[in-house]
Ligand binder design. Structure first.
Ligand code: PPS
Length: 301
């Protein structure tokens, strides 16, 4: 497939959010729904699933390097990660949809990104028993990262000020819905679907090499220790921020003057925005909303 120019994506103002099957969404992720729903997964596909801003790009690049990094040097330097790992449900004017890009991927395995909550994932992934790598990130850092992303990304709804955004986050009114439902829904799925690896952003920050090793063992890859070490270095925040394959610098609707895509990459950055009162309220809401799940996150490491 010819590489389209992202500059041709046509954006007419920020989108509205609406309820879609019980989940807050924008038209950019529902306009192609029939094709998304009927997407034909393959047994060797690897689905990278996350709530937005939980480490999608990071784990996508790790998988990309594990599978294709040493095979082809040009591949590493030419195409941005969002071309090599299509965003399944995405649909922008003048640009191929994520489903179409995934259909046209020539690689094996195909790496496919989604932010869908588990109940909306096309059923062929489960029927084909495709492997899934889920990444979860603690709610507070996830909310802060999402707030800055919505500020700079013109294809996202207007976030309002931090206090307004946080209230909406607690109500589950963000694109792709409630963080609480997302992380716990996928956690439940893991209990019955063995081809799912549930990673945590905080673990990846604590020891990236260890998590790369976990990925290799889940995927049945016999990548050498030396190669894993090289990949671990290449996916460090500072390297990925400099790397045009991963830093999203060419996307025309992201305003890096407001906030860069590769922003801070830290655990605990939530402390820069949460007030004491907001933190107390958030902890109460959290307790309530997470009372029926066993998934545990760290807000500090
Ligand atoms: S998106 O738009 O949903 O696909 O964004 P996503 O890639 O899921 O998340 C972006 C956040 O992940 C951080 N990031 C990293 N952190 C540490 N190390 C590496 N290598 C790395 N790569 C991406 C990125 O900086 C965003 O988090 P914040 O907190 O905003 O910095």
């Amino acid at each position: 497939m010819e590489i389209p120019d992202v500059a041709s994506i046509n954006i007419e103002g920020r989108p509205e959010m609406f309820d879609f099957e019980g989940v807050s969404m924008t038209n950019f992720f529902t306009d192609n729904w029939e094709n998304v729903k009927n997407f034909q997964a393959r047994p060797d596909d690897i689905l990278i699933a996350t709530y937005p801003k939980a480490g999608t790009t990071w784990v996508s690049y790790i998988l990309d390097l594990l599978y294709f990094g040493s095979a082809d040097l040009e591949h590493q330097t030419s195409q941005p990660i969002y071309m090599r790992v299509p965003f399944l449900e995405s649909c922008f004017q003048n640009f191929p949809s994520g489903a179409e890009m995934a259909d046209n991927l020539k690689t094996s395995p195909r790496l496919i990104k989604t932010h869908l909550p588990v109940q909306l994932v096309p059923k062929s992934f489960w029927e084909q028993n495709s492997r899934v790598v889920y990444v979860g990130r603690n709610a507070k850092d996830n909310a802060v990262s999402y707030f800055h992303f919505d500020r700079m990304n013109m294809v996202q709804p207007e976030p309002g000020d931090w206090n307004y955004f946080l209230q909406r986050f607690m109500e589950g009114k963000n694109v792709f819905g409630s963080w609480f439902d997302h992380v716990s829904g996928w956690w439940e799925k893991k209990q019955t679907y063995s081809n799912l690896l549930y990673l945590f952003y905080e673990d990846m920050i604590e020891d990236t090499g260890r998590e790369v090793e976990r990925l290799c063992s889940f995927l049945g890859l016999s990548t050498s220790a030396q190669e894993r070490e090289k990949i671990t270095k290449g996916v460090h925040f500072d390297s990925m921020k400099q790397n045009k394959v991963t830093n999203h610098a060419t996307i025309p609707f992201m305003d890096f003057k407001i906030s860069p895509f590769m922003r801070k990459g830290k655990v605990g950055d939530w402390k820069t925005l949460f007030t004491v009162a907001q933190n107390e309220e958030f902890d109460e809401v959290y307790k309530q909303k997470m009372k029926n799940t066993t998934v545990k996150f760290r807000t500090d490491i």
